[in-house]
Design a protein around this ligand. Structure first.
Ligand code: ZN
Length: 343
């Protein structure tokens, strides 16, 4: 499936590159049209950034509070198991259309529990929805249950225990999300133990606003095998060595950093630094509802802005597959298909 560019350059179609998508939040995965429709249904007024056709960050401020305000408003539109089912089915369809063949969705079940009848019922609805969506969209789906960085240890342990109870129904990991400046890794040691003992992946968000030390402690204290973002780690040699030695994969979402003032330019997304240090990277879309770009767009940025070759892009896709929790037979098949794409 090749498209010939000018002269002898061969530019392969990224929509046919098999890949795994490891960093996508439930509400953030939603289609804008769906959120608007649900908002109408429930009589919820959305912030202007979610009502206008263009997501214009310059009008909304470039900081976390503006992001959180938009995210919270969108999340309020998810009020029933049927809404959950629709959001997850559409996320699976959109990912499958981009040749993402293994999707891991992250969700803090406490954020949805009020409308869905409690935390346990929320997780029930979500694992059911993931199983149904996987069938209809013909894509593998894993669910990560997350707590907020401001959660107390007992609450983190409860979510880790809940995740451990659902390993046989598609829960694959334990995440820590929200603004990482709100918490310290020490708080989550016990919860991470519970998760790892159950065979779950520990994948906290860190190194977005916090420094490399916060990232390193997530690896050393929590046994994190994947890091959400972690871009500040790129500036510290010792942390890079720790990440490489521990075979940690960074979930990098290029379109998330400019809107929140973390980086000034897409050229600053530190993909090359990680790759040269031997640290694996998996590209993710994070919250396409808010940032306006799905998974394929992240690969396009690395091609168009960073000048990555098809070989380097295929390597990134392979890294996403290797860092996923997909069953071994799925991983093997996807790696072979990526090899076919590049050949
Ligand atoms: Zn995220």
């Amino acid at each position: 499936m090749l498209a010939l560019g000018c002269h002898t350059t061969v530019v392969r179609d990224l929509r046919t590159l098999p890949k795994a998508h490891l960093h996508l939040h439930l509400t953030g995965s939603a289609r804008l049209a769906t959120v608007r429709e649900l908002a109408d249904k429930y009589g919820i007024s959305l912030p202007s950034a979610l009502v206008n056709e263009e997501v214009d960050w310059d009008k909304g401020g470039r900081d976390w509070s503006h992001f959180q305000c938009r995210y919270d408003a969108a999340r309020q539109t998810i009020q029933s198991a049927e809404d959950v089912r629709r959001i997850i089915r559409e996320a699976a369809e959109d990912d499958a259309a981009e040749c993402s063949e293994w999707l891991e969705l992250q969700v803090d079940p406490r954020s949805y529990a009020r409308h869905l009848g409690g935390v346990d019922q929320t997780v029930e609805a979500m694992v059911d929805a993931c199983q149904d969506a996987a069938r209809t969209a013909e894509i593998g789906i894993g669910l990560l249950l997350a707590v907020s960085w401001d959660a107390p240890p007992e609450q983190a342990e409860q979510i880790a225990q809940l995740a451990a109870r659902y390993t046989h129904r598609g829960v694959v990991g334990f995440g820590i999300s929200n603004d990482e400046r709100l918490g310290e890794p020490d708080t989550f040691v016990s919860a991470s133990h519970i998760a790892r003992d159950a065979g779950l992946l520990v994948a906290p968000h860190t190194g977005f606003y916090t420094d490399h030390f916060h990232v390193r402690r997530c690896v050393e204290l929590l046994g994190a095998r994947r890091i959400g973002h972690g871009i500040t780690a790129a500036g510290d040699l010792r942390t890079l060595e720790t990440l490489a030695r521990s075979q940690v994969t960074m979930e990098i979402c290029p379109t998330s950093y400019l809107p929140l003032g973390v980086l000034a330019s897409l050229t600053q997304v530190p993909i090359t630094v990680f790759q040269q240090a031997g640290v694996a990277v998996a590209l993710g879309a994070d919250d396409p509802l808010i940032f306006g770009t799905r998974l394929i767009g992240q690969y396009e940025i690395l091609r168009d802005v960073h000048g990555l070759t098809d070989r380097a892009l295929a390597d990134l896709a392979s890294q996403s597959v290797r860092a996923s929790t997909a069953p071994a037979e799925v991983t093997k098949r996807l790696l072979a298909d990526i090899d076919t794409w590049i050949r």
